[in-house]
Design a protein around this ligand. Structure first.
Ligand SMILES: Cc1ncc(COP(=O)(O)O)c(C=O)c1O
Length: 342
């Protein structure tokens, strides 16, 4: 800061080229996705992008969300005025299209029957921990292109995919560049929760009428965002160095070891569990159809363990409970032991 040669003032709002270039190359081009650096917009994390991206669309746009869902997609649209009133009986907002994802449909949303303009998809999913197969994602891309909808694809947990045949990016699907925006986070991949770094991919082929959403987002960021701090972007660049890659791989392996231990431990103890294979979340069906919050109280009071009640993610999350693998191995084992001894 004190030296003219190394001083950095206002940054390019869309991100420094050194980071945009390496992301385009390593996360997309080397994986067969035709995405260029000027389609990458560096941000201070996926939460802000998830919340802000709706500003590109008119207030009469109809949005579709999975249920259960990461709450930011719904709440940011409600705050913008795109919903009707909250209906206490259904636990849903009017004018928003909810797509239930439960064990009955393998936690995969079904296509909406009514016209929708914006479709939020998140895979691997928070909270269910389930992933989507490439053919199923391709079907969503085809649906969006056919019906003139835009998919907001939240790939915050992409780095946790362990199985083949699960897409890391929506741009692995043919035609995605004309219908999809992808959001990524360095929080889950490289522990940047406090540092704050993410990015949005907005392809130049993505148009609303003849308006380029890439150009619109550039304008939006230029007007409302001052850019992610230089040192954070340099830290992000280091994630792609050989040392960075080794550290990220080690950290993810550690969390996925927890996930496997929790998943198999709970299964062996007689619980019905989902997720945990391509995701750090285990989605547990509460025993005896207990309500999510009753199970929360039960676990807290009898085992001193906290998790997240599924009902907090939407009405179709009722009767489920999310357990995280983002802890230490020792604590995961301790928690499992206590659950088994309940
Ligand atoms: C699905 C999903 N998207 C986005 C985020 C936010 O990520 P970030 O820390 O980059 O804002 C989270 C964090 O919990 C998440 O679960």
């Amino acid at each position: 800061m004190g030296h003219a040669e190394t001083f950095h003032g206002y940054a390019p709002e869309q991100g420094y080229d050194f980071l945009r270039n390496i992301i385009a190359k390593e996360d997309f081009q080397e994986k067969g996705c035709d995405i260029s650096a000027d389609e990458i917009f560096i941000s201070d994390g996926a939460k802000c992008d998830c919340g802000n991206i709706q500003e590109l669309f008119s207030l009469d746009s109809v949005i579709a969300v999975c249920d259960p869902v990461y709450p930011v997609y719904v709440d940011s649209n409600v705050m913008a005025g795109r919903s009707g009133l909250y209906n206490g009986e259904t636990g849903r907002f009017d004018k928003i299209v909810y797509m239930p994802c439960t064990a009955d449909n393998g936690f995969l949303p079904e296509f909406p029957k009514e016209h929708v303009d914006l479709i939020y998809l998140c895979f691997p999913n928070n909270p269910t921990g389930e992933a989507i197969k490439k053919a199923d994602l391709q079907a969503w891309v085809d649906f969006a292109n056919k019906n003139g909808a835009v998919i907001i694809y939240d790939a915050a947990y992409e780095a946790y995919i362990t199985e083949a045949g699960i897409p890391h990016s929506i741009y692995e699907c043919e035609g995605a560049k004309t219908c999809a925006i992808e959001l990524r986070s360095f929080s889950k991949k490289a522990g940047f929760t406090g540092m704050r770094l993410g990015f949005a991919v907005i392809p130049k082929d993505l148009k609303s009428g003849d308006v380029s959403l890439n150009a619109m987002w550039m304008r939006r960021q230029g007007s409302k965002y001052n850019g992610t701090p230089y040192i954070i972007q340099r830290a992000g660049e280091a994630v792609y160095s050989p040392e960075g890659k080794a550290q990220v791989a080690e950290q993810i392996a550690r969390y996925m070891k927890n996930a496997k231990t929790i998943y198999t431990g709970l299964k062996d103890a007689g619980f019905t569990v989902y997720g945990g294979v391509n995701s750090p979340y285990i989605w547990l069906k509460t025993p005896n159809d207990m309500k999510s919050w009753d199970f929360f109280d039960f676990l807290l009071n009898n085992a001193g363990i906290v998790g997240t009640p599924g009902a907090g993610f939407g009405p179709s999350g009722e009767g489920y409970f999310r357990i995280t693998a983002f802890g230490t191995y020792e604590n995961s084992l301790k928690a499992l032991d206590r659950i088994k001894n309940l």
